[in-house]
Design a protein around this ligand. Structure first.
Ligand SMILES: *[C@@H]1O[C@H](CO)[C@@H](O)[C@H](O)[C@H]1NC(C)=O
Ligand SMILES: *[C@@H]1O[C@H](CO)[C@@H](O)[C@H](O)[C@H]1NC(C)=O
Ligand SMILES: *[C@@H]1O[C@H](CO)[C@@H](O)[C@H](O)[C@H]1NC(C)=O
Ligand SMILES: *[C@@H]1O[C@H](CO)[C@@H](O)[C@H](O)[C@H]1NC(C)=O
Length: 371
């Protein structure tokens, strides 16, 4: 008991000094840019709480369940499979910086690290201070997609930790940012179960409504800055473009994605409008525009990363039915990996590479600067 108490009071102390040190940074930044920016930032974030799926998961799924723990996942970072659905870092690892950029556009923030996966919550102490990542690959807002915890259940885990006193309401209000990442598992489950796209528009409405309920649940926990991603162009994922040898995005699918994003944007505007005192509580991270920008530029907007064909994945199954990471009974690889994952935007049939995510991050950042 005692060491834990000591730890938490030390932690509390460092939080306080962090907050007051920040106040100065914030005051001067705010003063400096008073005429140029809306008042987006009135606290220094030090914690990021992440909910969602494989675009954000940094290792929650058990080794026995996920392809992300198999070779060749993780070959670029950390050098071996570590539960990320990529050759290296994923959105969360970069968004730690975005989350803060959102809030403090002008001043450079250092200090938030990628939050630890929920799975490791028992380690305690300083490992909890960057927040926590509750995302599970393969999940959606509805349970139809996977036996793993859906977004509501993930938020329930967070509520439970708050009840246990792992995070207190001061921290939640004054130093926390939430990020909700939904990248389409509800829709792939719907397609595989229902086949036809007849009922799709009404299903999209249901998904967005549930996502909005989840945003409200986070707000009720006291968080003052809550970001949600738009849906990336599903019709441009290798999964869809394989039909055209990775040459063309599927416009029908992208039109449905645009409907999702339109409904989401309208709902978020409404949520902000209904939030008294702070009409910028909810923030959209426009992943869709960022993906499209990278595809159009064939790289990041700075020109430091080039993708010859951004639609072509790096790691591919050799024959039909094989996926990145499959092996046969004798352990022989049933997939190939491109020579340089840094030159590919997509890693497997749905997930970007580390270089892909880095360029998406860079496009997001450019957009945020125009806020
Ligand atoms: C999320 O999962 C829980 C547990 O399986 C289930 O009871 C609940 O209905 C699911 N939520 C939604 C919105 O589907
Ligand atoms: C499939 O369609 C039926 C009838 O329109 C609907 O009741 C059901 O919920 C749909 N399935 C999914 C996974 O949404
Ligand atoms: C695009 O996607 C739709 C819906 O999934 C599908 O019916 C259609 O065949 C696809 N088009 C092409 C050209 O692959
Ligand atoms: C915001 O709320 C006001 C008053 O409730 C309403 O008149 C207005 O239409 C709302 N705007 C949006 C974008 O929802």
């Amino acid at each position: 008991m005692e060491p834990r108490k000591l730890l938490s009071s030390l932690f509390y102390f460092s939080l306080l000094s962090l907050l007051s040190a920040n106040q100065q940074v914030v005051d001067s930044a705010h003063h400096h840019h008073h005429h140029r920016h809306r008042h987006l930032f009135d606290f220094r974030p030090s914690k990021l709480f992440v909910f969602g799926d494989s675009y954000a998961d940094t290792g929650n799924i058990g080794r026995s369940l996920a392809g992300s723990w198999k070779q060749p996942y993780g070959i670029t970072f950390p050098g071996k499979p570590a539960g990320r659905f990529s050759d290296g870092r994923v959105l969360t690892d970069y968004l730690v910086e975005i989350g803060t950029a959102l809030l403090l556009i002008a001043a450079k923030f250092v200090g938030i690290k990628s939050p630890i996966p929920y799975k490791f919550r028992r380690v305690g102490g300083k490992h909890l201070r960057n927040g926590m990542n509750f995302a599970y690959g393969g999940t959606g807002v509805f349970q139809s997609t996977s036996p793993l915890p859906n977004m509501t259940t993930q938020i329930g885990f967070f509520q439970q930790l708050i009840k246990e006193g792992v995070y207190n309401s001061l921290e939640l209000q004054q130093s926390s940012v939430a990020l909700l990442v939904l990248s389409g598992n509800d829709y792939s489950a719907y397609i595989s179960k229902n086949g036809s796209s007849q009922g799709f528009p009404s299903f999209i409405t249901q998904v967005v409504n549930q996502l909005v309920l989840n945003l409200k649940m986070i707000q009720e926990l006291g968080l003052k800055k809550i970001a949600v991603t738009t849906l990336q162009p599903l019709g441009c994922l290798p999964f869809s473009t394989a039909a055209s040898s990775f040459q063309q995005c599927n416009g029908t699918q992208n039109a449905l994605v645009n409907l999702h994003n339109l409904l989401l944007q309208q709902a978020v505007a409404k949520l902000n409008n209904e939030t008294t005192n702070d009409h910028s509580t909810f923030v959209i991270l426009d992943l869709n525009t960022a993906f499209m920008t990278v595809f159009t530029n064939k790289g990041d907007h700075l020109g430091s990363t080039r993708f010859e064909n951004p639609l072509k994945p790096c790691c591919v199954g050799i024959s039909n039915g094989d996926v990145c990471g499959s092996v046969d009974e004798s352990g022989t690889k049933k997939y190939t990996v491109c020579e340089n994952p840094e030159a590919a935007f997509f890693w497997d049939t749905v997930h970007p590479t580390q270089a892909g995510w880095r360029s998406v991050y860079s496009a997001l950042q450019a957009n945020l600067q125009q806020l």
